[in-house]
Ligand binder design. Structure first.
Ligand code: AHG
Ligand code: MN
Ligand code: MN
Length: 343
């Protein structure tokens, strides 16, 4: 076999090879990602066992030994911390599940990178065996010469500064989707050998899709232009380009992953109930926007590109419209009141 698509490539091999392309590379970044994939493997294993807690004698809060059982999202948060605190690669972390910054314990060295993450996205879907995931971003610290603890400024960097972004999806298989700014690759976990293997190289999102994804239960809370856009997507067109299909899982990670492969648009807008939308800029939107844009799509908050927004607060929320470029541009046209069908 000479076809490249049949090469067996593990995530570690790919990261090491990509790193070798940078003459100044120290290997630190590869080690950081290796530590991180260990956390993902552990979380994937425990997600697979989630439905067994009850029959194995666990309750919501205590196990058979009377010890408290953590919710899976808090558990995932802990696992990532324990995999990443001592490697010497990070100077600070921030997580959706932790109130403030997560500092590196004093006994360990502070490194040159910053990690931000949503340990389990879609956690309301855990109990019903629906796809959930872990979302993450890695940044360089602002002053790479420093060996002191990282600061809030190191975490509040705009998304275009991510050196790596991605997510692990715990679905019918476990997949790791990531970018270091050289395209988007998908690795699928083989549990029998404990490795992530390259399964989809350099994926591209369709230029236009035929699926929209939004919590339409909130329709009455939306602004008129957004109502008009979604009404338009549902209106049959002579050329059969509409109506679109509706799909909404309620795990952003799963809705965005489907959008990446099938195209279309995923939205979590601002509305009169949630004036800033629901999703978090740092833990969810920046990494998802980096993947979508790197695959040739578009991600905005309706006005500005997500990746160009300067964050002001670690748990900041922001509206989002992301997916196929032509769909997102059309949504923005509607939001500005400039679409021909609105005239
Ligand atoms: P998390 O589980 O990390 O708190 O995130 C849940 C988010 C996101 O995954 C999803 O898109 C959204 O909540 C769904 O919200 P609605 O139920 O309001 O549609
Ligand atoms: Mn989330
Ligand atoms: Mn979460």
């Amino acid at each position: 076999m000479t076809d490249n698509s049949h090469k067996l490539i593990t995530i570690e091999r790919q990261i090491t090879e990509q790193q070798g392309q940078f003459p100044e590379a120290t290997g630190e970044f590869s080690k950081l990602l290796r530590d991180f994939t260990l956390a993902l493997r552990i979380i994937a294993r425990d997600v697979r066992r989630a439905g067994l807690n009850d029959i194995l004698g666990y309750t919501n809060t205590t196990n058979i030994h009377g010890e408290s059982v953590k919710k899976l999202d808090e558990f995932a948060n802990d696992i990532i911390f324990r995999a990443m605190d001592h490697g010497g690669h990070l100077c600070v972390m921030a997580s959706e599940e932790s109130d403030g910054l997560i500092h590196i314990p004093k006994e360990y060295k502070c490194g040159r990178y910053v990690l931000t993450f949503d340990p389990l996205d879609g956690s309301s879907n855990i109990d019903v065996n629906i796809t959930i995931g872990t979302i993450f971003s890695i940044y360089r610290r602002l002053d790479p010469q420093l060996e002191t603890p990282g600061t809030i400024e190191d975490v509040l960097q705009p998304g275009y500064k991510q050196v790596c972004a991605g997510y692990a999806l715990y679905g019918s298989s476990t997949q790791l989707v990531y970018t270091t700014g050289k395209g988007v690759d998908v690795f699928t976990f083989d549990p029998t050998i404990g490795e992530f293997l390259l399964s989809h190289a350099q994926i591209k999102i369709p230029q236009r899709g035929k699926i929209y994804s939004i919590n339409e239960g909130n329709y009455k809370y939306w602004d008129k232009p957004l109502q008009e856009y979604v009404d338009y997507l549902k209106t049959p067109a002579d050329d059969k380009s509409r109506p679109y299909s509706a799909r909404y899982i309620g795990s952003a990670i799963a809705d965005v992953h489907r959008t990446l492969f099938y195209g279309g648009i995923f939205m979590y807008p601002a509305d009169s109930k949630s004036p800033n939308g629901k999703l978090r800029l740092i833990y969810e939107l920046n990494p998802l926007a980096a993947i979508i844009e790197e695959a040739g799509g578009r991600a905005t908050n309706g006005v500005d590109e997500i990746l160009k927004v300067q964050p002001t607060e670690i748990h900041q929320r922001m509206p989002v419209f992301l997916g196929s470029t032509d769909d997102v541009l059309e949504a923005e046209q509607f939001l500005r009141g400039e679409h021909p069908s609105q005239q």
